[in-house]
Design a protein around this ligand. Structure first.
Ligand SMILES: Cc1cc2nc3c(=O)[nH]c(=O)nc-3n(C[C@H](O)[C@H](O)[C@H](O)COP(=O)(O)OP(=O)(O)OC[C@H]3O[C@@H](n4cnc5c(N)ncnc54)[C@H](O)[C@@H]3O)c2cc1C
Length: 388
C-alpha cells in the first residue's frame, strides 16, 4: 500500500516521531515537517509518565525500550499528595518499593527532551525537516501540495497531522473545534530548583507533588538537569486570559495573582514564583466532543492532540498520541488492506473510540481534582491502588 508513496507527517512531537519511526521500520518513505528551528531547541513542559498498554507498547514495537531504559528517571514517579498547607497525606517515598518494568502500576517518568532525542536518533538521517511551520495545503493530483511559512512547498501522497492541540491540519478533515474545559493552567519551568526554590525542591524529593485545596490544583515534577516544572489549575472562564491583564513575562504580576487566587494556601508555595529566570505559559485546557466523527479521506488523517486534545489530569495525552502512532502504522502496513482509505478508516474507528473513552475519563478526573473533595478523592484513589 505504501510503496512509492511519499508520507508527510506534520509535527515532530512524541506522536509524529513515533509514527515516523514505526513506518520507517516497514520501509516507508517518510518525512517529518517540524516548526522548531532545529533539534537543539529546548523542549519545555512537565515530565511524562509512559503507560505499559500505550506509550511503552509503542516504544517496544519501535525497538526503543533499551534506549528508554537508559534515559528514564528511576524514582521520579514517586508521588506525594499534599493539602494547601503543604501537609503530606500520601507519600510514595515511605511505602512504594522501586518498581520494575512490567509491573502493573509502574509508570516510568521521562523528560520531554530525552524522549524526543531517543525518537530522533532512531530515524534515518534527514527525516526531520526543521524550520517547517505548516501554513496551508491544497489537493494536487492524488495527494497534497503543502506550503510552509518559510516559503517551501512539498508534494506528499499521504499527509498525517501530528501538530498538536492547535492543529492546522485538522480543519482539512473536520470543522469540529475543541471545547473549553473550564480549567486554565499556568505552566512553568524553574531552573536550578535546589537554589531557586529550596523548600519545594526538598519537599519534592526528586518525584512529583499533587497539591489540592479550594477547588484548585498545583502539580509539580522534578526534571533532569536540576530543573523543576509545575502547573497551576483553576476554574476560569474562557476569556480570562484575554481579560485578566496579567503580563505573563512578569513574575511579580503572576505572584500577585497567585496570592489572591490561592488565598488560604501556605506561603511556602510562593517560592515557586521567586526565580527571575522562570518562564510561565498560560494554557487554557480544551477537549473534543466524545462523539466526534468525520468522513475518512484516502490520503489524510490526524493523530495525538490534533485528533483528541484533552486536559492532562489523567496523564493520558502523550500515551494516546504514541498509541495512535502504533495503531496507524499497523493499519497502513496491514497486508489485508488493499487501499489507504480502508487502512485509515480502520485506524480512525479504533482511535475515535479510544479517544472518546479516555476523554470521558479525563473530564471526570479533571472535575474530581477541582472539586471541594479533591484531596479525599485523590487519596481514596491511591489508597485503593496500594491495596490492589
Ligand atoms: C502542562 C502539561 C502537562 C502534561 N502532562 C502530561 C502527562 O503527565 N502525561 C501525558 O500523557 N500527557 C501530558 N500532557 C499532554 C501531552 O503533552 C500531549 O498530549 C502530547 O505532547 C501530545 O503529543 P503530540 O505529538 O500529539 O503533540 P505535541 O507534543 O503538541 O507535538 C506537536 C508538534 O508539532 C509541532 N507543530 C505545531 N504546529 C506546527 C505547524 N504548524 N507546523 C509544523 N509543526 C508544528 C510542535 O512544535 C510540536 O513539536 C501534558 C500537557 C501539558 C500542557
Amino acid at each position: 500500500m505504501l510503496q512509492k508513496k511519499k508520507i508527510a507527517i506534520v509535527g515532530g512531537g512524541p506522536g509524529g516521531l513515533t509514527l515516523a519511526r514505526l513506518l520507517q521500520l516497514s520501509g516507508a518513505d517518510v518525512k517529518v515537517f517540524e516548526r522548531d528551528l532545529n533539534r537543539k531547541v529546548r523542549v519545555q513542559g512537565a515530565t511524562l509518565d509512559l503507560h505499559e498498554e500505550s506509550g511503552l507498547k509503542a516504544l517496544k514495537k519501535a525497538g526503543l525500550m533499551d534506549a528508554f531504559k537508559a534515559h528514564y528517571r528511576p524514582g521520579a514517579d514517586k508521588m506525594r499528595i499534599l493539602d494547601n498547607n503543604a501537609e503530606i497525606h500520601f507519600d510514595d517515598h515511605q511505602k512504594k518499593p522501586m518498581e520494575e518494568f512490567g509491573e502493573e502500576h509502574f509508570r516510568p517518568e521521562i523528560d520531554r527532551g530525552p524522549l524526543r532525542k531517543i525518537l530522533l536518533e532512531s530515524l534515518n538521517d534527514g527525516t526531520v525537516v526543521w524550520n517547517s511551520k505548516f501554513q496551508s495545503m491544497q489537493k494536487f493530483e492524488n495527494g497534497w501540495e503543502l506550503v510552509f511559512e518559510n516559503g517551501n512547498t512539498v508534494h506528499a501522497d499521504i499527509v498525517i497531522g501530528a501538530d498538536g492541540a492547535n492543529s492546522k491540519i485538522r480543519p482539512f478533515l473536520t470543522p469540529i473545534k475543541p471545547i473549553y474545559s473550564g480549567i486554565t493552567m499556568i505552566d512553568a519551568t524553574i531552573y536550578n530548583s535546589e537554589i531557586e526554590s529550596p523548600k519545594i525542591h526538598q519537599l519534592l524529593k526528586g518525584g512529583k507533588i499533587f497539591a489540592f485545596g479550594g477547588e484548585k490544583t498545583l502539580i509539580i515534577s522534578s526534571k533532569e538537569g536540576g530543573e523543576m516544572s509545575f502547573y497551576t489549575g483553576c476554574k476560569k472562564n474562557e476569556n480570562w486570559l484575554k481579560d485578566c491583564g496579567i503580563d505573563f513575562k512578569d513574575k511579580n504580576q503572576i505572584l500577585e495573582w497567585f496570592k489572591v487566587e490561592y488565598a488560604g494556601w501556605s506561603s511556602i508555595w510562593q517560592e515557586l514564583f521567586s526565580s527571575e529566570k522562570t518562564t510561565f505559559i498560560p494554557r487554557p485546557q480544551y477537549y473534543l466532543p466524545l462523539d466526534q466523527i468525520w468522513e475518512t479521506q484516502e490520503n489524510l488523517t490526524i493523530i495525538g492532540d490534533a485528533a483528541h486534545v484533552m486536559p492532562p489530569f489523567a496523564g493520558e495525552g502523550v500515551n494516546m498520541a504514541m498509541l495512535d502512532a502504533l495503531t496507524l502504522s499497523e493499519s497502513l502496513t496491514n497486508p489485508n488492506f488493499n487501499d489507504t482509505k480502508t487502512a485509515i478508516e480502520d485506524y480512525e474507528i479504533k482511535m475515535l473510540k479510544r479517544a472518546s473513552e479516555t476523554t470521558q475519563l479525563t473530564l471526570e478526573q479533571t472535575a474530581s481534582l477541582h472539586s471541594k473533595t479533591a484531596l479525599k478523592n485523590m487519596l481514596e484513589m491511591f489508597n485503593q491502588q496500594s491495596i490492589d
